[in-house]
Design a protein around this ligand. Sequence first.
Ligand code: SAM
Length: 237
Amino acid sequence: AEEVGGGDKEVVREYFNKSGFERWKKIYGETEDVNRVQRDIRLGHSKTVENTLLMLKDEGSLQGVTVCDAGCGTGSLSIPLAKEGAIVSASDISAAMVAEAQKQAKEQLVASGDRPAPVIPKFVVKDLESLDGKYDTVICLDVLIHYPQSKADGMIAHLASLANNRLILSFAPKTFYYDLLKRVGELFPGPSKATRAYLHSEADVERALRNAGWKIRKRGLITTQFYFANLIEAVPM
Ligand code: SAM
């Protein structure tokens, strides 16, 4: 029953242009008007961004490296990447998200005394399935959660086809504990839970990567009370 038809993408787009936009802009922001759960998710997500930057910098400077940030949201990753000197192509299915990311980038990526202004990311409204081009690195954080594995397989293959050297993905892991937590959440749905969440097993993601000719080089798990993410870095086999 998990694998529903073609409706997911339209529902997701609509959500992230309306109520989901307001909800996630708040969670990814810095204001105080968040509840306990939202604050916890904000913390977990910021760790995912932080660990992604560490994974990237581990392999050397990001100066001049081309990065595709697929499903960029409000720019939580794109903006720090630009600060590191990366040439960022950021995109999202939601026009509202892209507008917000663009606004924040303009505010935050300014020249300061000793250094010139970083290159502002290029933002476009586009679903990741229709992205093209080639990038040194492709990154897609916390997007697969909106799609069942049957769709995620194709998304992973497409993202891999855009990357020359590395692909970084985060997804909510299908572990027993989280599965249970999610089931409990479905029994008591809150008003702000407007879209459904799909969990992915690391084995399924690894298989999708392998079919595309990629293998996992690094893996990490980020957990807070209400936020769970597997963060993986893949490279060509
Ligand atoms: N990656 C960002 C981050 O970690 O800060 C945002 C994560 S947010 C939970 C999920 C984002 O994925 C939303 O901005 C949503 O609009 C976007 N999204 C969902 N489906 C997408 C698709 N098929 N193609 C591109 N973006 C998509």
